[in-house]
Design a protein around this ligand. Structure first.
Ligand SMILES: Nc1ncnc2c1ncn2[C@@H]1O[C@H](COP(=O)(O)OP(=O)(O)OP(=O)(O)O)[C@@H](O)[C@H]1O
Length: 418
């Protein structure tokens, strides 16, 4: 029998009501690159001064950039990079390739990605196909030598930006950086400069001193934004993102103040404004209200917390379960000692080698740093010290997420958490 012609039920009609809030919500997304970066003039100038010699054919110093998440490191480097690319001449071209080492985290992938990017963008079409490096299968030496060929063919200066460089170093050591910081001595017609970006200062401890000194010829620190600066950033985006009068000064000030309380993270502030707008839109409101911002803050916090719990390693989840169990027995504030006792029972039932007291304390500190619990050391004078722990918010959501793990669900000790 022939299929009946499709007849729409109008499912989406009620969700595509007339837009009363957004003019262009895309400008609030992470992928949008703003053309102006308020409160980053000093950082833009500092990077421009370091890179400027490139326009006269010299090789600029390598740069290491630090700063907490959402302080505009990536946006600033991309901004300066496009200015430099525009101003460089055909005779002395300068180009920037941007790699995120959270996903591109092995030497093979880093070298191949740089080479493939250059062949795709900067080589004549006739030279492109033969230069493509496969995703796997070559020897690293061969990839390195192909990268040199591609750089020589393209000529000029190549600035390689390694964003989240700490992830690369922690996953694959410092061989890639060792090779890249020395590649100029193997090149005749081309030059390479490196910009490393990180929000974790401790990764320097994983670097060989020689690699560190060539990588950090220049160092820059991006400070967190304060509430007033975040307001300016939000203003600039809100003008493009929202319809006139949909967002008030008070709403912008509240988003800025809440994000500044965290650690001055512009990404968080922009997310808060976008999610608040989406909540207002869903309610067919023609204005974003402070109540929408408060709810957006709760939603974002819940999402972040769920992601944190989901991605905890197994032992971390076990320690968290032990805490949930103690707290569900009615103790709002409990000690690390009681958590460790239950953790050990749990390890026995799950047939997992229990960690030492010290390691469990480290895991408790990690959960403290993630903001899931508060753990503080209390001194009892002559009787020594204990760590007191309590949950920062109601535990229902944490329980649901952690107990999603099938092996934990089956554990008899943990049945009270289901
Ligand atoms: N001064 C600014 N003006 C306008 N938008 C900004 C500014 N600083 C940051 N942003 C925006 O905030 C978001 C986060 O910025 P960015 O990705 O550059 O931060 P980051 O410091 O690299 O963070 P991470 O370390 O987490 O990668 C982006 O959407 C970016 O466009």
């Amino acid at each position: 029998m022939p299929d009946e012609p499709f007849k729409s039920t109008g499912l989406f009609k009620k969700y595509t009501v007339q837009n009363k809030i957004f003019q262009n919500r895309e400008v609030l997304r992470h992928s949008y690159s703003p053309r102006e970066l308020p409160h980053r003039v000093d950082q833009i100038d500092s990077i421009a001064v370091i890179l400027a010699p490139a326009l006269q054919g010299a090789t600029p110093s390598n740069i290491l950039i630090y700063g907490k998440t959402g302080t505009g490191k990536t946006a600033t480097v991309k901004f300066v990079g496009s200015e430099l690319e525009n101003e460089s001449s055909e005779f002395s071209p300068c180009r920037m390739v941007h790699l995120n080492c959270e996903t591109i985290d092995t030497q093979y992938r880093v070298l191949a990605q740089i080479a493939n990017h250059i062949s795709g963008h900067d080589l004549k079409p006739s030279d492109r196909a033969k230069n493509t490096i496969p995703a796997t299968g070559w020897h690293t030496d061969q990839v390195y030598s192909e990268l040199k060929n591609v750089l020589e063919q393209a000529g000029g200066l190549q600035i390689i930006v390694l964003d989240e460089i700490d992830k690369l170093v922690k996953k694959s050591g410092d061989d890639t950086l060792y090779n890249l910081t020395r590649i100029n001595s193997d090149l005749k017609n081309a030059r390479v400069s490196i910009i490393g970006i990180s929000n974790d200062l401790t990764f320097k401890d994983f670097l060989d001193p020689r690699v560190l000194s060539s990588l950090s010829e220049e160092e820059l620190v991006f400070p967190p934004y304060d509430a007033v600066q975040l307001q300016d950033i939000l203003h600039q985006r809100a003008e493009m993102a929202f319809l006139p009068d949909a967002v008030s000064e008070d709403v912008i000030a509240l988003c800025a103040a809440l994000a500044a309380q965290e650690h001055g993270d512009a990404r968080r502030a922009l997310d808060l404004l976008r999610v608040s707008g989406e909540l207002a839109e869903r309610e067919s409101s023609d204005k974003v209200l402070e109540a929408h911002v408060r709810r957006a803050q709760e939603n974002i916090e819940t999402d972040t917390m769920s992601e944190c719990v989901q991605t905890l390693p197994r032992q971390g989840k076990m320690v968290l379960c032990a805490m949930l169990l103690v707290s569900s027995s009615g103790q709002k504030v409990f000690t690390s000692g009681s958590v460790i006792n239950i953790y050990r029972e749990l390890a026995r039932e799950l047939d997992v080698e229990p960690l030492t007291h010290r390691r469990v304390s480290d895991l408790i500190n990690e959960l403290n740093m993630l903001g899931i619990v508060t753990a503080r050391v209390v001194s009892h004078g002559r009787h020594g010290r204990t760590t007191e722990i309590y949950f920062n918010s109601p535990t229902n959501q944490i329980r649901t997420v952690v107990m999603n793990d099938p092996s934990l669900r089956e554990c008899s000790i943990l049945q009270p958490l289901l």
